[in-house]
Write a new protein. Structure first.
Length: 310
C-alpha cells in the first residue's frame, strides 16, 4: 500500500516512526513550512520533516492544499492512502478524494468529545476521567468523519498536558498501524459520530494561562496540569512574573490571591473557593524549582499576607 503521511509536531512524528517500524511504504511526507524558532528565530524544520529526511523520504511543504498546483502534485504520487496526524492545514475535498482509499486521521480524543486544536489539554482542564485516540475516516468537516478505531486511557490525578500527550502519542501510533492493517483486509466499518455529544477544544493561548484567583482551587489545579508544558500558568508576585508549573489542592480560606501559608510543602494561595498549594515555580531569570528550594533561600519573598496577581 502506497501511503502519504501528513503531519507536523512530535505527536505526528511518533506516528510516522511507528509506520516506518511496521515496514509501511511511505512514499512522501507532507508537513507545514519551516517556522522561525528560538532566540535567533532561525527557520526550523518540523519534527516530521526531520524524521522524513533521516529516512530519505520526499518532503512536500505547500502553504495550502487549496492550490490547484499542490493538488496536482499530490495526485502524481498515486497514493492508496493518506494518513493525517496533527498536520495543521485544512484538506479540501479534492485532496481527501485523491488517495484510492481516502484519508484517515489520528485524533487525540474520544470523539465526538473534543474536536479541534487542543483536545489533550482540554480533557485535563475539564477533569475528564479518560481520554484516548480516535482513528477516523476524514471528511470535509472538522474532526467529524466516521470513527474506525478507538483506544482509551485513564486520566490520572497526576497527569499533565505533557504526560497525557506522550501516552496518547504511543497509543495513537499503535492504533494507526492496526487500523491500516484492518483497513487493507476490509475489516473496518466506520461508526457515524453523534454530533449532539460534540465539544470543541479551542486552541491554547497565553492569556488564558493567567491564574484568576477568584476561580475555585480545583479548577486552577487542573489548569496548571493541563497547561504544562505549554503555555504554563502564571501570575505575579510583588509585581514580578511568577510561573506555576505544579500545584495541589491546599487548605484554608481568604481573599483570592492572598498567601495563606509558606513552608516546605508549598506556597498556599487563597482562591475563590478553597486554596491552592503551589509546589513548583519559576521566578524571572531563574529555572523551574521545587518550592522547597525557593523557600530555603528566599522565604522573605513569600510572606503570608502578600497578594498574587496584583
Amino acid at each position: 500500500m502506497r501511503i502519504v503521511f501528513a503531519g507536523t509536531p512530535e505527536f505526528a512524528a511518533s506516528h510516522l516512526q511507528a509506520l516506518l517500524d511496521a515496514g509501511r511504504d511511505i512514499v512522501a511526507v507532507y508537513t507545514q513550512p519551516d517556522r522561525p524558532a528560538g532566540r535567533g528565530q532561525k527557520l526550523m524544520p518540523s519534527p516530521v520533516k526531520q524524521l522524513a529526511l533521516q529516512h530519505g523520504i520526499a518532503v512536500y511543504q505547500p502553504q495550502t492544499l487549496r492550490d490547484p498546483a499542490a493538488q496536482a502534485e499530490l495526485a502524481t504520487l498515486n497514493a492508496d492512502l493518506m494518513v493525517v496526524v496533527a498536520y495543521g492545514l485544512i484538506l479540501p475535498q479534492v485532496a481527501l478524494d485523491t488517495p484510492r482509499l481516502g484519508c484517515i486521521n489520528s485524533h487525540a480524543s474520544l470523539l465526538p468529545r473534543w474536536r479541534g486544536a487542543a483536545p489533550i489539554q482540554r480533557a485535563v482542564q475539564a477533569g475528564d476521567a479518560s481520554s484516548g485516540v480516535t482513528v477516523m475516516q476524514m471528511e470535509a468537516g472538522l474532526d467529524t468523519g466516521p470513527m474506525l478505531l478507538k483506544v482509551s486511557t485513564t486520566i490520572t490525578a497526576d497527569d499533565t498536558g505533557g504526560s497525557l500527550h506522550d501516552r496518547l502519542a504511543q497509543l495513537g501510533s499503535a492504533a494507526v498501524v492496526e487500523a491500516i492493517t484492518k483497513l487493507a483486509a476490509g475489516e473496518l466499518k466506520g461508526e457515524v459520530q453523534d454530533d449532539s455529544l460534540a465539544t470543541y477544544a479551542h486552541k491554547l493561548n497565553k492569556d488564558e494561562a493567567r491564574l484568576d484567583w477568584s476561580r475555585p482551587a480545583k479548577e486552577l489545579e487542573r489548569l496548571v496540569r493541563a497547561f504544562n508544558p505549554w503555555p504554563i500558568c502564571h501570575s505575579t508576585l510583588n509585581g514580578e512574573p511568577l510561573k506555576v508549573l505544579a500545584a495541589q489542592l491546599g487548605e484554608g480560606n481568604g481573599a483570592p490571591g492572598t498567601v495563606l501559608a509558606a513552608d516546605k510543602s508549598g506556597l498556599t494561595i487563597a482562591c475563590g473557593e478553597g486554596a491552592l498549594r503551589l509546589t513548583r515555580l519559576q521566578l524571572p531569570g531563574g529555572k523551574p524549582l521545587a518550592f522547597t528550594d525557593l523557600y530555603n533561600s528566599r522565604r522573605e519573598q513569600f510572606a503570608p499576607g502578600l497578594v498574587l496577581g496584583q
